[in-house]
Design a protein around this ligand. Structure first.
Ligand code: CA
Length: 237
């Protein structure tokens, strides 16, 4: 039945690329919704509630980053950005606003489908996780609300940046397991670059500070030195 299929919103004004993606995704049993402007994409998003968004950044009415910023105010839907090779800044901006991954044009079918599967797998994993209660992740006194993209500690909201929130989302998806620096960097920024581990460490230090953790203390986030980070498992009561 069509209702069991994953629904993917493809936002792309280049007709060649959008019909290529449409054919590719439908052949792989996804349901596709197409939009060629940012305005149309917002409408389609609200009416279709897709499981994943594939977004071109160069759109005729507004920049694709505007769409990312708007959607992230109320949704944690995975977003894969399509970027041209010469638009490094746009891509970084889109990721900073909360896009999950990016694919650089021109890209191959296999690479693209692998990204789509990986994004949807993460979402499904998240929803089936027994920590999840109505779109929320609960770990002792900490609650992550994916709908509103807010984190609470003892019922008090802890203000996180988009990137910090994304890091906590990735850690919560793999609660109890060590995630390497590279795995977190890949999940948050797409690909590692020279400064990405440093960037991650700075973000982690800020998160830990906001959670009231002192250096060397492991109350929620365990720092596995030289390896990565782990969100601790729930305390048995
Ligand atoms: Ca375009």
């Amino acid at each position: 039945m069509a209702s069991n299929k994953y629904k993917i919103l493809v936002v792309e004004d280049d007709e060649k690329i959008s019909s290529f993606l449409n054919a590719l995704l439908e052949a792989n049993d996804y349901q596709v919704v197409l939009a060629e402007t940012c305005g149309l994409a917002k409408m389609m998003f609200n009416s279709h509630q897709p499981d994943l968004v594939v977004l071109d950044l160069g759109l005729p009415d507004e920049d694709g980053t505007v769409f990312v910023r708007d959607i992230r105010e109320h949704s944690a839907v995975p977003i894969i950005v399509l970027s041209a090779r010469n638009s490094e800044e746009d891509k970084v901006e889109a990721l900073d606003y909360g896009a999950n991954d990016y694919v650089t044009k021109p890209f191959g079918s296999a690479e693209f489908l692998a990204r789509v599967r990986s994004m949807l797998r993460n979402t499904r994993h998240l929803l089936s996780e027994d920590f999840m209660v109505r779109g929320k992740f609960v770990l002792d006194e900490m609650v992550i609300d994916f709908e509103t993209r807010k984190l609470y500690l003892n019922d008090v909201e802890i203000k996180l940046t988009q990137t910090e929130f994304n890091i906590m989302t990735v850690l919560s998806e793999h609660c109890g397991k060590v995630l390497t620096y590279a795995a977190i960097v890949n999940a948050i920024w797409g690909y590692p670059d020279a400064g990405s581990i440093k960037k991650l460490q700075v973000n982690m230090a800020n998160i830990r500070k906001k959670l009231g953790m002192k250096p060397g203390e492991d109350s929620y986030i365990v720092n596995e030195l030289g390896v990565g980070y782990r969100l601790k498992e729930r305390t048995e009561k």
